[in-house]
Design a binder for this molecule. Structure first.
Ligand SMILES: [Zn+2]
Length: 266
């Protein structure tokens, strides 16, 4: 018997960036050790449905922004059996360049997005470098085109998209950032995306410097903890530790795809 409300859940690593700890915390870091950042998309799948969570960026964006591109995330998704050209459901946690690029590679997808996020990404705060720097106008325009093509579902707060899959408005990092809660064989796992970039942001309550509302980011940490079955069920958006803590999906995908529906190995 297959349970249609229980999903396999994977993290797909597609890029990385060498940086120092001081870049990852408001107020810097007194020790300032190397603290690289990884880039991920995620996918929840079972026999009935597949939800891609975020779409990543492409090699041109990586070059423009000085990130080390490892492999097209959409290509890796295809190796997991996800055909991006079909009518796939894509949950966009927010519209930053590293989460909502590549939408052109999902020409028939239905996108799931918070209303606050598109308002933010097309509104008054995009007049300022501080708030617009992590957006790419072409990505945002692509989503607007998808709205007119009737391919975007909007949420205003928390919502169940399907049994076993729900979205949760956090805000903080952007106006409409949403985390995704997925029922797996080990319980409820929360794909935090940029509600916490690293485990350390959450554990130490030290927010990441790209932020719209620090209060919402701090309260978002508590919300993540409430949504997940334990702290081991929270998946940060950019932490290289995710690749060490979770087992590879398959040997040939080692270093690229890990299983988040399995217990952490450390
Ligand atoms: Zn991000």
């Amino acid at each position: 018997m297959t349970q249609t409300d229980v999903y396999e859940l994977f993290a797909v690593r597609y890029a990385t960036h060498k940086r120092k700890a001081s870049e990852n915390f408001i107020g810097g870091d007194p020790h300032d050790y190397p603290m690289p950042m990884d880039y991920f998309v995620w996918v929840a799948t079972n026999n009935e449905r597949t939800f891609v969570i975020d779409t990543g960026f492409n090699v041109a964006r990586a070059a423009k922004r000085g990130r080390e591109f490892l492999r097209c995330p959409v290509r890796t998704l295809s190796e997991l059996g996800v055909d991006a050209t079909r009518q796939v459901d894509v949950i966009l946690t927010h519209l930053h360049y590293d989460h909502a690029g590549n939408c052109d590679l999902f020409p028939n997808a239905r996108f799931h997005l918070q209303e606050h996020e598109i308002a933010f990404a097309t509104g008054r705060y995009m007049k300022y470098d501080f708030t617009s720097a992590a957006y790419e106008v072409d990505d945002v325009v692509g989503v607007v085109r998808a709205v007119f093509a009737r391919r975007v579902e909007f949420y205003s707060g928390d919502a169940e998209i399907a049994p076993g899959i729900s979205v949760h408005l956090i805000g903080g990092h952007t106006m409409g950032l949403q985390a995704v809660r997925v029922r797996t064989r080990r319980g409820w796992v929360v794909v935090a995306s940029d509600a916490t970039h690293f485990f350390a942001n959450l554990q130490q309550r030290r927010p990441f410097p790209i932020v719209l509302d620090v209060g919402k980011m701090l309260e978002g940490y508590q919300k993540l903890e409430q949504l997940a079955d334990s702290v081991d069920h929270i998946i940060p958006g950019h932490d290289p530790l995710v690749m060490e803590l979770y087992p590879p999906a398959e040997e040939r995908l080692r270093g690229m795809v890990v299983r988040l529906d399995a217990a952490p190995v450390k």
